[in-house]
Ligand binder design. Structure first.
Ligand code: PGA
Length: 252
Protein backbone atom coordinates (compact mmCIF):
# COMPACT_ATOMS: atom_id res chain seq x y z
CA UNK A 1 0.00 0.00 0.00
CA UNK A 2 1.46 3.36 -1.02
CA UNK A 3 0.53 6.33 1.15
CA UNK A 4 -1.00 9.03 -1.04
CA UNK A 5 0.77 12.35 -1.35
CA UNK A 6 -0.70 15.79 -1.97
CA UNK A 7 1.98 18.33 -2.83
CA UNK A 8 1.61 22.13 -3.08
CA UNK A 9 4.13 23.68 -5.45
CA UNK A 10 3.74 27.39 -4.79
CA UNK A 11 6.38 28.37 -7.37
CA UNK A 12 7.32 32.08 -7.09
CA UNK A 13 4.28 33.04 -5.04
CA UNK A 14 3.65 34.21 -1.45
CA UNK A 15 5.74 36.31 0.90
CA UNK A 16 6.62 34.71 4.24
CA UNK A 17 3.68 36.57 5.85
CA UNK A 18 1.30 35.22 3.21
CA UNK A 19 2.74 31.74 3.71
CA UNK A 20 2.08 31.97 7.45
CA UNK A 21 -1.49 33.10 6.82
CA UNK A 22 -1.98 30.09 4.52
CA UNK A 23 -0.59 27.78 7.22
CA UNK A 24 -2.97 29.19 9.84
CA UNK A 25 -6.01 28.86 7.54
CA UNK A 26 -5.02 25.41 6.30
CA UNK A 27 -4.22 23.95 9.74
CA UNK A 28 -7.50 25.26 11.15
CA UNK A 29 -9.30 22.85 8.78
CA UNK A 30 -7.41 19.83 10.25
CA UNK A 31 -5.88 18.38 7.07
CA UNK A 32 -5.71 14.56 6.90
CA UNK A 33 -2.02 14.25 7.78
CA UNK A 34 -2.11 10.69 9.07
CA UNK A 35 -3.68 9.23 5.91
CA UNK A 36 -1.94 11.46 3.35
CA UNK A 37 1.59 12.89 3.08
CA UNK A 38 0.67 16.55 2.72
CA UNK A 39 3.69 18.57 1.56
CA UNK A 40 4.09 22.31 0.99
CA UNK A 41 6.86 23.56 -1.30
CA UNK A 42 7.11 27.31 -0.60
CA UNK A 43 9.67 29.72 -2.05
CA UNK A 44 12.99 29.70 -0.15
CA UNK A 45 12.16 32.90 1.76
CA UNK A 46 9.20 31.21 3.46
CA UNK A 47 10.98 28.01 4.45
CA UNK A 48 12.25 29.20 7.83
CA UNK A 49 8.96 30.70 9.08
CA UNK A 50 6.95 27.74 7.74
CA UNK A 51 9.28 25.22 9.38
CA UNK A 52 8.23 26.77 12.72
CA UNK A 53 4.55 27.03 11.80
CA UNK A 54 4.34 23.43 10.53
CA UNK A 55 6.46 21.89 13.29
CA UNK A 56 4.66 18.89 14.86
CA UNK A 57 1.56 19.45 12.70
CA UNK A 58 2.27 16.45 10.46
CA UNK A 59 2.39 18.68 7.34
CA UNK A 60 5.72 18.18 5.56
CA UNK A 61 7.94 20.92 4.23
CA UNK A 62 9.59 20.76 0.81
CA UNK A 63 11.83 22.97 -1.33
CA UNK A 64 11.32 23.73 -5.02
CA UNK A 65 14.98 23.38 -5.98
CA UNK A 66 18.51 23.01 -4.57
CA UNK A 67 22.08 23.11 -5.81
CA UNK A 68 24.23 19.98 -6.04
CA UNK A 69 27.30 21.28 -4.20
CA UNK A 70 27.37 21.24 -0.41
CA UNK A 71 28.83 24.72 0.22
CA UNK A 72 31.19 27.29 -1.24
CA UNK A 73 31.34 30.04 -3.84
CA UNK A 74 28.01 29.48 -5.63
CA UNK A 75 26.29 32.85 -5.40
CA UNK A 76 22.54 32.58 -5.16
CA UNK A 77 22.41 28.84 -4.62
CA UNK A 78 21.16 26.79 -1.65
CA UNK A 79 22.38 23.31 -0.69
CA UNK A 80 20.49 20.23 0.38
CA UNK A 81 22.18 20.37 3.79
CA UNK A 82 20.91 23.91 4.34
CA UNK A 83 17.38 22.77 3.52
CA UNK A 84 17.57 19.69 5.72
CA UNK A 85 18.76 21.88 8.63
CA UNK A 86 15.49 23.85 8.38
CA UNK A 87 13.32 20.76 8.55
CA UNK A 88 12.83 20.30 4.81
CA UNK A 89 12.31 16.64 3.89
CA UNK A 90 11.36 16.74 0.17
CA UNK A 91 12.87 18.63 -2.74
CA UNK A 92 11.47 19.06 -6.26
CA UNK A 93 14.13 18.31 -8.86
CA UNK A 94 13.81 18.86 -12.60
CA UNK A 95 10.52 20.76 -12.69
CA UNK A 96 9.67 21.63 -16.27
CA UNK A 97 9.95 25.37 -15.53
CA UNK A 98 13.54 24.80 -14.44
CA UNK A 99 14.23 22.62 -17.48
CA UNK A 100 12.61 24.96 -20.00
CA UNK A 101 12.90 28.48 -18.54
CA UNK A 102 16.11 28.12 -16.50
CA UNK A 103 17.81 25.74 -18.92
CA UNK A 104 18.45 22.85 -16.53
CA UNK A 105 19.90 19.83 -18.32
CA UNK A 106 19.42 16.12 -17.60
CA UNK A 107 23.04 16.04 -16.37
CA UNK A 108 22.48 18.82 -13.82
CA UNK A 109 19.26 17.15 -12.71
CA UNK A 110 21.15 13.87 -12.14
CA UNK A 111 23.69 15.67 -9.94
CA UNK A 112 20.92 17.31 -7.96
CA UNK A 113 19.15 13.98 -7.37
CA UNK A 114 22.40 12.49 -6.09
CA UNK A 115 23.07 15.50 -3.83
CA UNK A 116 19.50 15.48 -2.49
CA UNK A 117 19.81 11.82 -1.51
CA UNK A 118 23.19 12.49 0.14
CA UNK A 119 21.57 15.27 2.18
CA UNK A 120 18.85 12.91 3.37
CA UNK A 121 16.14 14.62 1.32
CA UNK A 122 13.58 12.72 -0.74
CA UNK A 123 13.66 14.01 -4.33
CA UNK A 124 10.41 14.61 -6.16
CA UNK A 125 11.71 14.09 -9.68
CA UNK A 126 9.58 15.74 -12.37
CA UNK A 127 9.37 14.31 -15.86
CA UNK A 128 7.08 15.09 -18.77
CA UNK A 129 6.90 15.72 -22.48
CA UNK A 130 6.13 18.91 -24.41
CA UNK A 131 3.12 19.16 -26.71
CA UNK A 132 5.37 18.85 -29.74
CA UNK A 133 6.89 15.66 -28.34
CA UNK A 134 3.46 14.21 -27.59
CA UNK A 135 2.13 15.03 -31.05
CA UNK A 136 5.19 13.42 -32.60
CA UNK A 137 4.44 10.23 -30.65
CA UNK A 138 7.57 10.62 -28.53
CA UNK A 139 6.02 11.13 -25.09
CA UNK A 140 7.00 7.72 -23.72
CA UNK A 141 10.54 7.90 -25.08
CA UNK A 142 11.08 11.39 -23.63
CA UNK A 143 9.86 10.40 -20.18
CA UNK A 144 11.98 7.24 -20.13
CA UNK A 145 15.03 9.23 -21.23
CA UNK A 146 14.47 11.86 -18.51
CA UNK A 147 14.00 9.17 -15.88
CA UNK A 148 17.08 7.17 -16.85
CA UNK A 149 19.25 10.28 -17.12
CA UNK A 150 18.14 11.64 -13.74
CA UNK A 151 18.74 8.34 -11.93
CA UNK A 152 21.91 7.40 -13.78
CA UNK A 153 24.32 5.44 -11.59
CA UNK A 154 21.80 5.01 -8.78
CA UNK A 155 20.23 1.78 -7.62
CA UNK A 156 19.08 -0.18 -4.59
CA UNK A 157 16.36 1.01 -2.27
CA UNK A 158 15.91 4.61 -3.48
CA UNK A 159 13.74 7.01 -1.48
CA UNK A 160 12.11 8.79 -4.38
CA UNK A 161 8.86 10.33 -5.60
CA UNK A 162 8.29 10.81 -9.33
CA UNK A 163 5.89 13.42 -10.71
CA UNK A 164 4.61 12.94 -14.25
CA UNK A 165 3.81 16.43 -15.47
CA UNK A 166 3.11 16.86 -19.18
CA UNK A 167 4.54 20.31 -19.96
CA UNK A 168 1.49 21.28 -22.02
CA UNK A 169 -0.79 20.69 -19.02
CA UNK A 170 1.09 22.89 -16.53
CA UNK A 171 -0.77 26.09 -15.77
CA UNK A 172 -2.85 25.80 -18.94
CA UNK A 173 -6.13 24.42 -17.64
CA UNK A 174 -5.62 21.38 -19.90
CA UNK A 175 -5.02 18.01 -18.31
CA UNK A 176 -3.94 14.63 -19.56
CA UNK A 177 -6.79 12.14 -19.78
CA UNK A 178 -6.93 9.71 -16.87
CA UNK A 179 -6.04 6.89 -19.29
CA UNK A 180 -2.98 8.72 -20.65
CA UNK A 181 -1.83 9.69 -17.16
CA UNK A 182 -2.19 6.08 -15.97
CA UNK A 183 -0.36 4.78 -19.03
CA UNK A 184 2.59 7.10 -18.36
CA UNK A 185 2.60 6.31 -14.63
CA UNK A 186 2.65 2.57 -15.41
CA UNK A 187 5.51 3.14 -17.85
CA UNK A 188 7.43 5.06 -15.18
CA UNK A 189 6.88 2.31 -12.59
CA UNK A 190 7.96 -0.32 -15.07
CA UNK A 191 11.12 1.64 -15.87
CA UNK A 192 11.82 2.21 -12.17
CA UNK A 193 11.75 -1.54 -11.64
CA UNK A 194 14.96 -1.86 -13.63
CA UNK A 195 16.64 0.84 -11.51
CA UNK A 196 15.45 0.52 -7.92
CA UNK A 197 14.20 -2.24 -5.67
CA UNK A 198 11.67 0.29 -4.34
CA UNK A 199 9.69 0.64 -7.60
CA UNK A 200 6.49 -0.82 -6.15
CA UNK A 201 6.73 1.48 -3.14
CA UNK A 202 7.62 4.64 -5.09
CA UNK A 203 4.85 7.24 -5.17
CA UNK A 204 4.07 8.51 -8.66
CA UNK A 205 2.18 11.81 -8.80
CA UNK A 206 0.31 13.42 -11.65
CA UNK A 207 0.73 17.17 -12.15
CA UNK A 208 -0.64 19.73 -14.58
CA UNK A 209 -3.78 21.80 -13.94
CA UNK A 210 -4.97 19.59 -11.09
CA UNK A 211 -7.96 21.13 -9.29
CA UNK A 212 -10.31 19.92 -6.54
CA UNK A 213 -12.87 19.13 -9.25
CA UNK A 214 -10.67 16.92 -11.43
CA UNK A 215 -8.27 15.33 -8.93
CA UNK A 216 -10.39 12.23 -8.27
CA UNK A 217 -10.01 10.90 -11.81
CA UNK A 218 -6.23 10.89 -11.44
CA UNK A 219 -6.23 9.48 -7.91
CA UNK A 220 -8.35 6.54 -9.10
CA UNK A 221 -5.67 5.45 -11.55
CA UNK A 222 -3.84 2.35 -10.37
CA UNK A 223 -0.30 3.73 -10.59
CA UNK A 224 -1.02 7.33 -9.54
CA UNK A 225 -0.54 7.99 -5.84
CA UNK A 226 -1.22 11.70 -5.57
CA UNK A 227 -0.75 15.04 -7.24
CA UNK A 228 1.73 17.88 -7.56
CA UNK A 229 -0.41 21.00 -7.68
CA UNK A 230 0.60 24.52 -8.64
CA UNK A 231 -2.14 27.15 -9.10
CA UNK A 232 -4.86 25.42 -7.06
CA UNK A 233 -2.53 24.88 -4.10
CA UNK A 234 -2.23 28.62 -3.42
CA UNK A 235 -5.67 28.69 -1.84
CA UNK A 236 -5.88 26.91 1.54
CA UNK A 237 -9.47 25.79 0.98
CA UNK A 238 -8.70 24.31 -2.44
CA UNK A 239 -5.59 22.57 -1.09
CA UNK A 240 -7.62 21.20 1.81
CA UNK A 241 -10.18 19.77 -0.65
CA UNK A 242 -7.35 18.23 -2.67
CA UNK A 243 -5.88 16.65 0.47
CA UNK A 244 -9.28 15.29 1.47
CA UNK A 245 -9.71 13.79 -2.01
CA UNK A 246 -6.41 11.94 -1.50
CA UNK A 247 -7.63 10.75 1.89
CA UNK A 248 -10.83 9.30 0.45
CA UNK A 249 -8.76 7.53 -2.19
CA UNK A 250 -6.48 6.13 0.52
CA UNK A 251 -9.38 4.45 2.26
CA UNK A 252 -10.60 2.58 -0.85
P1 PGA B 1 -0.37 23.75 -12.18
O1 PGA B 1 1.19 23.46 -11.90
O2 PGA B 1 -1.14 22.92 -11.18
O3 PGA B 1 -0.53 25.23 -11.93
O4 PGA B 1 -0.64 23.34 -13.56
C1 PGA B 1 1.66 22.17 -11.61
C2 PGA B 1 3.15 22.15 -11.45
O5 PGA B 1 3.84 22.85 -12.21
O6 PGA B 1 3.70 21.46 -10.58
Amino acid sequence: MRKPMMAANWKMNKTSEEALQFARDFLRMSPPVSEVDVVIFPPFTAIYPLSRALDKTGVHLGAQNMYYETCGAFTGEISGGMLAAEGVTYVIIGHSERRHILGESDAVIAKKIQAALESGLTPVLCVGETLQEREAGDAAAVVVRQLKAALWGLGGDLPLVVAYEPVWAIGTGKTASDADAQEMAALIRNELASITTAAERTRILYGGSVKPDNVAMFLQARDIDGALVGGASLDPHAFYRLSMAAKSQASI
